[in-house]
Design a protein around this ligand. Sequence first.
Ligand code: AMP
Length: 277
Amino acid sequence: MIKFTTLAELRAGIATERAKGKKIGFVPTMGALHEGHIHLGTTAKKSCDSMIYSIFVNPLQFAPHEDFGRYPRTLDADIARLEAAGMTMVYIPPVEEIYPEDFRTLIHVDGISGPLEGEFRPAFFDGVATVVAKLLLQVLPDQAYFGEKDYQQLQVIKRLAGDLNLPMEIIGVPTVRDDNGLALSSRNAYLSPEQYQVACTLNRTLAGMAELARQGQSVAQIEAMGEKALLDAGFTKVDYCTLRDAGTLQSPQTGRPQRVLAAAWLGTTRLIDNLAV
Ligand code: AMP
């Protein structure tokens, strides 16, 4: 495994791959890697010759009251996982490499950043857009892979790459779930066994909502049913549980693709998930 910690090392490593004519695939992550993260890389490997992951817990996307301090950090296990999956390069910059003391630029993607996660985590997407823009410009891959697990984030990044004419393809990959349907997430590590059982109802609830949407039930009924099901199952708070237009994430329009999305709390752990209708 070739490890880069500085931008200079990264650029030299990428230049070497370029000189060999390799097509480069990139997977940005915050580490605590699971099969969902690995699936992004194995999907990328089907069309790229050379793979690079980044592992960087981005302070800019956490509000002061959020879980930056306790976010799981499992670097040795992450590198072992990447090696086992045949990945060859990883970029692990320290915070000062990405945000030197005089760093002052923020990227704001208007519109798609506004609803849902944007309402409940107001600084989140500016932090994500800024770090992803930096990482994409640093690596300059041919393709960058992101999970549909973070569906709104994927739409924000597609908009960002399009608006800034970033010279790479942004590719979305379906969510990897465990046998009980729970979307794999680094934050699942926070769940007690009892909370895990409740967490597994999130995907089932979304599947039920999607089915009601296909049957033509009203949006209000679908959303009320979804929220009640989550609270009855044991979620302690529901930030949103909603049917939206899959492109704009505003209210659904007949004849256009739709998506059900939810964010809900189990104690101090916040989980998100979504499904196509
Ligand atoms: P994170 O480390 O949580 O920021 O995630 C890094 C990338 O992995 C993002 O593009 C996520 O959407 C993606 N990802 C996270 N969980 C999953 C999953 N269960 N299935 C597929 N992709 C995922």
